[in-house]
Design a protein around this ligand. Structure first.
Ligand SMILES: Nc1ncnc2c1ncn2[C@@H]1O[C@H](COP(=O)(O)OP(=O)(O)OP(=O)(O)O)[C@@H](O)[C@H]1O
Length: 227
């Protein structure tokens, strides 16, 4: 197995040097092997979003090393960081963040066009993904015409559109009712497994965390492994 995400000695503080300084991450060591699906569980405010944003190259650590798909990210230029993020990482948020003026299909097609995929190939991939998570019949609808669960399924497809190596999800079903969350999460897991993705999924839901390969806990700024 090869390593897909590796964090070592990662620290992050907000308002550094001020009386209001918050030391969120205090030496994070975490490694995900290719194909592993890992749950990230922590109390609210413990730093899950911060950890995901740093892993996804959306934010920078104060110290420590981060490797994504075997590539050391320290010292990368902004352009190279953005290229690595686009090519290797898919992000899912608690709220869908779909573009309201575009249809479900277009929301999944657009990131592919930005990556140089042809319209035809992008539509084929988008329809395949929408079908896999059970919303192909809604392809022509805009986000406002979809239910919360459907919107989140479309957001999964968008995150997976460019075949990322690493999927990072921040409470991906956190805004759905328990029954919908259960079904939508199952759909996500099915695609993740089928595509052989590596995933780090933050959740407060221990039942969902229990369906992953491994759960890590964030406690006092450090990661505790739970087998
Ligand atoms: N830009 C910022 N400036 C100052 N403090 C911040 C900033 N962003 C986050 N924090 C603080 O850092 C801590 C960790 O925030 P983070 O959003 O990573 O937590 P979380 O575990 O994702 O929380 P939740 O589960 O409630 O979403 C919190 O105490 C938060 O108030």
């Amino acid at each position: 197995m090869s390593e897909m995400l590796s964090l070592s000695g990662v620290t992050k503080a907000y308002a550094r040097g001020k009386p209001s300084e918050v030391n969120v991450l205090q030496g994070i060591d975490l490694m995900l092997q290719k194909g592993e699906v890992v749950g990230l569980v922590a109390p609210s405010g413990a730093g899950k979003s911060t950890l995901l944003h740093i892993s996804g190259l959306l934010d920078v650590a104060d110290a420590g090393d981060i490797r994504v798909a075997g590539e050391e990210t320290r010292g990368l230029s902004d352009r190279k960081r953005t290229a690595l993020r686009r090519q290797a990482i898919g992000f899912i948020y608690q709220f869908h963040h779909l573009l309201p003026e575009f249809t479900a299909l277009e929301n999944v097609v657009l990131p592919q066009l930005a990556n140089g995929v042809s319209q035809q190939d992008a539509e084929a991939r988008a329809l395949k993904l929408l079908d896999k998570v059970g919303v192909a019949a809604r392809a022509g609808h805009r986000p406002a015409q979809l239910s919360g669960g459907e919107q989140q399924r479309v957001a999964f497809c968008r995150a997976l559109a460019n075949k990322p190596l690493l999927l990072l999800a921040d409470e991906p079903t956190g805004n759905l009712d328990p029954a919908t969350s259960d079904v939508v999460f199952a759909a996500l897991m099915e695609v993740v497994r089928e595509e052989g993705l590596t995933a780090l999924i933050a959740t407060h839901n221990m039942e969902l965390a229990g369906r992953m390969d491994r759960v890590v806990r964030l406690d006092q700024g450090r990661v505790l492994d739970k087998s």
